[in-house]
Ligand binder design. Sequence first.
Ligand code: PGA
Length: 251
Amino acid sequence: MRTPIVAGNWKMNTTLADASALARAVADGVNGIDGVTTVVCPPSVSLVPVSMALSGSNVFIGAQDVSAEPQGAHTGELSADMLSGLCTYVIIGHSERRSMYGEDDFTTAAKTTTALAAGLRPIVCVGESLDVRESGDANAFVASQVNGSLAGIADISQVAIAYEPVWAIGTGRAASPEIAQEMASTIRSAVVSMYSDKAADGVPVLYGGSVNADNAASYASAADVDGALVGGAALDGNAFPGIVKAFAASA
Ligand code: PGA
């Protein structure tokens, strides 16, 4: 039985004060909800105030990125060891990192390896562009991203995978629950080929892309979808707990 994960990716939004207030709203909103792992991923500069705001709550903290390098002369980067004192989760290979910052499957695998070594739980993101979907190659493309992004990783018991079609992120054009289910199943099959039935059975596969409090229940009822990675709606202190509740109701 996989516990759903609902993770909010705040991206480059919120001031220090906004972040603390939003964290408190999320903690209040999900107070008493069982059966779902709730995660917020604030900007790294807000990890400390958010961890203080969440103290005593059932909300976990994630980072939005991590360096593949362990330490040293990497101006502007944050290491997995730095983050592991503050975070449980880390988003790796988000499509914005891939499209705007030149990251690829190789980078994603390197970062995932480093994160796991530091005891972090990576949320590894994959997903096709509109061109790939329209050409009919989405399944093969995403399976290949899973292979590349987990290359060299022996144990994925601490890894979650997020299926985030690029065309659905921040567009209001959410993938249908049928597409989310089909692609989550494709991802699970890729994990069977790389690892084992047991590993595939245990790995949480999240859907991300224009998830909101109104459509969350439709993903929650998809057999292979084990949660959501949420952008825009994660900035709303009412909507985000609403998404967590939708997954709790179907858990
Ligand atoms: P969105 O973003 O919910 O705003 O579409 C999702 C994400 O980028 O993780």
